[in-house]
Design a protein around this ligand. Structure first.
Ligand code: SAH
Length: 232
């Protein structure tokens, strides 16, 4: 009997689980056998230890032995409103911020955006990257990646921070874990003046990420990094 460190994603953690698709292919590649134990997670915070009962080329049956809630999440829900970026930069941000504990990505279209919109294929790819990064960092929550909306469509938030060069307020000086939190980071060309005004009206406080100008793909990682290195 082997106990696999590898974690598999399931839709619902019921007592008995029938799987097909890529997770089964993965189990075949790892040469799992009936009796072996694996780790399952459902993407919403639940994990389980489960035993493989049956595995063939296409399907697997598992019995859940022990179910528990994973405590690796940040103290409250966190959403990153992330401006669209060129090439693989969005994928890099989604991967790193998932490792750093973000709960959700809301892609945003901005005035000086590097790209005007995002195709469905790219969105699917970003969601897969979030799932892989979540597995890799042992989280049990897979952050949602929400399709792009304009800044106008963002909600008014209870607690929000927008990274904006030339400001002096700091994230850790203001962040309160009692409330859910939103972050916003801009495209390579930055947010326009009217966009910052709009974000302020929606209760986003402009904050600094230091005196240097960071690239658009570095900024969200620096922001989440400050939180992660504070130890939560
Ligand atoms: N061209 C812009 C810089 C944009 S940097 C200018 O010269 O002002 C891209 C994004 O990263 C910004 O919109 C902001 O959200 C973030 N960012 C980069 N460096 C930052 C800093 N030092 N402080 C706060 N936010 C920063």
């Amino acid at each position: 009997m082997k106990v696999h460190e590898k974690r598999f994603k399931v839709e619902v953690l019921s007592d008995t689980i029938e799987l097909d698709g890529p997770e089964v292919q993965h189990m075949r590649v790892l040469r799992l056998k009936p009796g072996d134990e694996v780790h399952l997670f459902d993407g919403s915070g639940w994990e389980a230890k489960a035993r493989v009962e049956h595995l063939d080329n296409f399907t697997a049956t598992l019995t859940v032995m022990e179910k528990f809630q994973n405590d690796l999440e940040l103290p409250t829900s966190t959403t990153l409103a992330l401006a669209l970026l060129k090439g693989d930069k969005l994928a890099d941000v989604v991967r790193a911020c998932t490792e750093l504990g973000i709960s959700r990505f809301q892609l945003i279209k901005t005035q000086y955006a590097d790209v005007p919109d995002l195709g469905d294929n790219k969105l699917v790819r970003l969601r897969r990257i979030a799932e892989e990064a979540s597995k890799q960092s042992r989280r049990a929550v897979v952050p949602e990646v929400l399709s792009p909306i304009s800044i106008k469509q963002l909600p008014s938030v209870q607690q929000g921070f927008v990274a904006h060069p030339g400001t002096t307020d700091t994230l850790l000086g203001h962040l309160k874990w009692e409330h859910e939190v939103w972050f916003a980071t801009g495209p390579e060309g930055g947010f326009s003046g009217p966009e910052i005004e709009l974000l302020k009206q929606k209760n986003f406080l402009p904050i600094t990420l230091g005196k240097r100008i960071l690239r658009a793909e570095t900024a969200p990682v620096a922001l989440l990094g400050a939180i992660a290195s504070s130890g939560v």
